[in-house]
Design a binder for this molecule. Structure first.
Ligand code: ASP
Length: 315
């Protein structure tokens, strides 16, 4: 099916992001990074490129930016290292690829794409994923590439309090960072979704969140929608958030907006799950939904002006 439109949305994480806590300069930096990333994705869609290329391009841009908790800006694990998770999915044939707990990979989303295209598997983790990264020729960086002073302070604080932290947990001064994701609809009527993260600060024991789990943090199906999530991963896994949005549309005929609202503001809230998601449906409707104080986000389409926002504007 060919449509006369395209749409793309991105997020840079959700959490306790308060206007009163962020300077104008910092806010401008975030907005600039979000704008650059979405424009890179949009450029592909404009040229009648594919949704899967667009979401990858946007996520790579966010992974390369130290402001967000993915790739270069990933948070520290308990062991003072970085373990990166990412997943990508195409809505036309349900092909999907994901990696969990990889180290020193510059762009985990590129590696997830390689899992999708060059293996018969969906999810690779730990040492095996690392070996695959080396064999597949993706860019590997030194530990120092991922070092970030602010991140390190967050980690020290988390260690001192012996707790894990969502990247925007204000009590740990973590509000500056966020998991990243993108969803898109292309001119050919194809949907795609991608998500990449460093996970939670001070995570232990090979903890993996929702981001690399197809159906939890990421899902795309041309029949309805593409979804990328951010928030406290354990709850997003339990609520199978991304797939639930799809199911509510497919089996209960809810609109994208209704489905996202039900999942984010009702189902997740009831189990204590803080966070949000971005979604686009097969007709190009976009939904940016979160139950936290804020979510770094942006959207644009052929017939929709660029929208870049951080806080909860309804408050
Ligand atoms: N969902 C991610 C995780 O739990 C964290 C985030 O979105 O900030 O690993």
């Amino acid at each position: 099916m060919s449509l006369n439109t395209y749409n793309i949305a991105i997020h840079g994480g959700a959490g306790t992001i308060l206007r009163s806590e962020i300077t104008h300069e910092t806010e401008a930096l975030y907005k600039q990074a979000l704008t650059e990333a979405i424009q890179k994705g949009e450029a592909i869609l404009k040229k009648r490129g594919t949704a899967i290329d667009a979401v990858q391009e946007a996520v790579v841009s966010l992974e390369n930016c130290p402001l967000f908790n993915a790739g270069k800006g990933a948070v520290f694990t308990h062991e003072e290292t970085h373990e990166l998770d990412a997943s990508i999915m195409r809505g036309d044939n349900l092909m999907a690829g994901a990696v969990a707990g990889v180290k020193k990979v510059k762009n985990p989303i590129v590696l997830a794409r390689k899992v999708m295209e060059n293996t018969e598997h969906v999810l690779l983790c730990g040492d095996g994923a690392q070996k695959f990264a080396q064999l597949s020729g993706v860019e590997i960086e030194s530990e120092s590439y991922f070092y970030n002073e602010l991140r390190h302070k967050q980690w020290q604080k988390a260690i001192a309090h012996d707790r894990i932290a969502l990247d925007h947990d204000i009590t740990l001064d973590d509000k500056k960072f966020g998991t990243v994701g993108a969803v898109a609809l292309d001119f050919h009527g194809n949907l795609a979704a991608a998500t990449s993260t460093g996970g939670l600060t001070n995570k232990k024991f090979g903890r993996v969140g929702d981001s690399p789990i197809i159906g939890a943090g990421t899902y795309a199906n041309n029949a309805q929608c593409a979804v990328s999530c951010t928030g406290h991963g354990e709850y997003f896994i339990k609520a199978v958030v991304a797939y639930d949005v799809y199911c509510l549309m497919e089996y209960r005929q809810l609109s994208l907006k209704e489905a996202c609202h039900l999942v984010v503001h009702d189902k997740l809230v009831k189990i204590g799950g803080e966070g949000g998601l971005i979604a686009v449906d097969k007709n190009g409707a976009i939904c940016l939904s979160f139950n936290s104080e804020g979510m770094y986000r942006a959207s644009v389409g052929l017939t929709q002006d660029l929208h870049v926002a951080i806080y909860n504007d309804t408050k």
